[in-house]
Design a protein. Structure first.
Length: 431
């Protein structure tokens, strides 16, 4: 929970420390961060399966085999970095298709380019944190993410406004601080991974295991990519068409919602570790109890934050509403934040169940569910509401509520069918 909360603080600090530069800088930074995350989410989604494999192997008592999956995650991180560098060639042409102001588009392009230079580090942190998490050791990932958070805040202070003799780089400064922080955190976690492995016997990596990670991880990665890409399209094409101020307001709301979602995602991931360990130990009947406990915890957390969003929206949005267009950003942000309070419980259920199914290796159904609900319901519905009926930001935000409600219902149905009990994630003896 603390690990994911620190990741939320990184996004919040970027938005808050760029906010004094005005709505354009805020829109470019927040939307740029979301777009960069969308590029990384496919390899990140695959690395989430590292904890699924390691937790089941840990349940079987195979710590040597579990460590191999830490290395597989690092291989994915290296591949991700190469792909990120290749993406630098097409960022500007892609952004040229988005209906944004020229200045916002230029600022965003620079931000994304710098952030992608640390894509491999971000994936590497996630891979190693999932490896340790699968063993029941969540502290290394927490320490790495907290260090990243602290370094990012210090870097933002130095590079955004120009302090301690550093140049005032504005939006680019926020991106550079995030990239440097990611590499520092990854280096520390990687050194610990090597040190921790000195007492574990080394066995050669196995191509069949790596391909099995890809086999089960790719649907999970596509799952996340489809959802994030739907939100990217929603943010850029639907909300962005309503103007820069509206886009800035939406990004304020999403930054605040990361405070609700990321710790809940941490809780759900912890529950997934328990699910994987129970399955690995041959105790599948313990899984429903673990999932029920996880869901209850996430409901309490996200329910509490939802109440805060509903009762004190002005107080929460005000720190973001600075500089040019501050009054309008505050007005729009408050309206959207109130609506966001209604999706918290749906989000809690969907996250808990999605993580549990992922731990069991049931990754294809969630991918299909997200594909259908996002691209058949959410994207067309929000686009038609805004483009053809002119219903504005409130109607657009309400479609997020509909999306998460339908997703929660679909994943609950899938879990209750018990299909996850028949998934064979690990290789069977002799394979």
């Amino acid at each position: 929970m603390l690990s994911r909360a620190s990741q939320a603080v990184v996004g919040l600090s970027d938005a808050l420390m760029v906010a004094p530069l005005g709505a354009k800088a805020l829109a470019a930074t927040s939307t740029g961060a979301m777009n960069a995350f969308a590029i990384l989410i496919l390899p990140l989604g695959v690395t989430f399966l590292v904890s699924s494999f390691t937790s089941q192997m840990f349940g079987q008592g195979d710590s040597v085999g579990a460590r191999r999956f830490g290395w597989y995650g690092l291989i994915l991180a290296a591949i991700a970095q190469v792909l990120c560098l290749a993406m630098l060639l097409v960022i500007q042409p892609i952004l040229d298709w988005i209906p944004l102001e020229t200045e916002v588009r230029q600022l965003m392009a620079g931000y994304i380019a710098i952030r992608l230079c640390s894509g491999g580090a971000a994936v590497g942190i996630e891979a190693l944190a999932n490896y340790f998490g699968g063993l029941g050791k969540t502290r290394p990932g927490m320490i790495a993410n907290v260090c990243l958070m602290v370094a990012n805040i210090i870097g933002n202070w130095a590079l955004i406004g120009g302090h301690w003799g550093c140049p005032a780089m504005g939006v680019r400064g926020a991106a550079l601080a995030s990239s440097i922080s990611a590499w520092i955190a990854f280096a520390g976690l990687f050194v610990y991974f090597l040190w921790q492995g000195r007492v574990i016997a080394f066995t050669a990596l196995r191509r069949s295991e790596f391909m099995r990670l890809i086999q089960f991880g790719l649907p999970a990665g596509v799952n996340w990519f489809l959802e994030i890409f739907a939100f990217i399209f929603f943010t850029n094409a639907v909300v962005g068409s309503l103007g820069t101020t509206t886009l800035a307001g939406m990004n304020c709301v999403m930054a605040l919602n990361s405070v609700s979602f990321m710790p809940a995602f941490g809780l759900a991931s912890a529950g997934a570790i328990l699910v994987g360990q129970a399955i690995g130990a041959g105790a599948k009947d313990l899984v429903p109890k673990a999932v029920a406990l996880t869901t209850a915890a996430t409901l309490i957390w996200q329910g509490a934050t939802g109440v805060a969003y509903f009762l004190i929206p002005e107080l929460l949005i005000a720190p973001f509403a600075q500089g040019e267009g501050a009054d309008e950003t505050l007005k729009i942000g408050v309206r959207m934040l109130i609506i966001s309070s209604t999706w918290q419980l749906f989000d809690a259920v969907a996250t808990s169940l999605a993580e549990a199914l992922r731990a069991a290796g049931d990754t294809t159904f969630p991918m299909v569910a997200r594909l259908v609900i996002a691209w058949v319901v959410f994207v067309p519905g929000s686009l038609i509401s805004v483009k053809y009926f002119g219903w504005g930001d409130a109607a657009a935000t309400s479609w997020i509520v509909a999306y998460l409600a339908l997703l929660a219902a679909a994943l609950l149905w899938r879990f209750r069918t018990g299909a996850w009990r028949h998934v064979q994630l690990l290789e069977t003896p002799g394979n």
